[in-house]
Design a protein around this ligand. Structure first.
Ligand code: HEC
Length: 129
């Protein structure tokens, strides 16, 4: 690798880290301000499971569902939960000890699209880093 491409690679890595950090801060801010995390559903432009997942879940679980270990967020792409269980967990939560927010205002259809997408994600190969 020559100097230029090395520098390019370093820059890209830095951007990626900064982007991830911004997403997380945004997520944390929302949690603090609204008390309901990213439980806002006034987003007609988001229609596919992937778009909805990227918006609601990726700030914590990352777009590829591998989680953010250092923030205590586990991967969810390989979850053993069924589609129905994921929908239930998303809307109703899973007990007081869970650090994952409940999306009480999420429409069922949206939760279903996300759950189906997440199961698809799990059946795909982990993308190369
Ligand atoms: C604020 C961060 C945060 C957001 C946003 C978030 N999660 Fe989570 N999620 C967690 C944490 C922390 C856990 C581990 C605790 C638990 O299982 O409840 C978790 C666990 C899970 C699990 C269980 C993983 C397993 O091992 O079976 C699933 C499934 C899941 N999340 C799906 C989702 C979906 C779908 C969304 C979007 C609608 C979402 N999460 C949004 C933090 C988050």
């Amino acid at each position: 690798m020559d100097d230029d491409s090395l520098r390019g690679w370093q820059l890209r890595s830095l951007f990626r880290i900064a982007e991830r950090r911004d997403q997380l801060i945004g997520c944390l801010l929302l949690v603090m301000l609204s008390g309901c995390s990213v439980d806002q559903h006034d987003h007609p432009e988001l229609t596919s499971g992937q778009q909805l997942f990227d918006f609601h879940c990726a700030p914590c679980h990352k777009k590829d569902g591998t989680g953010i270990f250092l923030k205590g967020v586990p991967p969810n792409r390989d979850t053993d939960l069924s589609v129905w269980e994921i929908i239930h967990k998303t809307e109703k939560g899973s007990g007081d000890n869970s650090k994952m927010p409940r999306f009480q205002s999420m429409p069922d259809e949206e939760a279903a699209k996300i759950a189906i997408y997440l199961k698809q994600l799990g059946s795909m190969k982990t993308p190369a880093k």
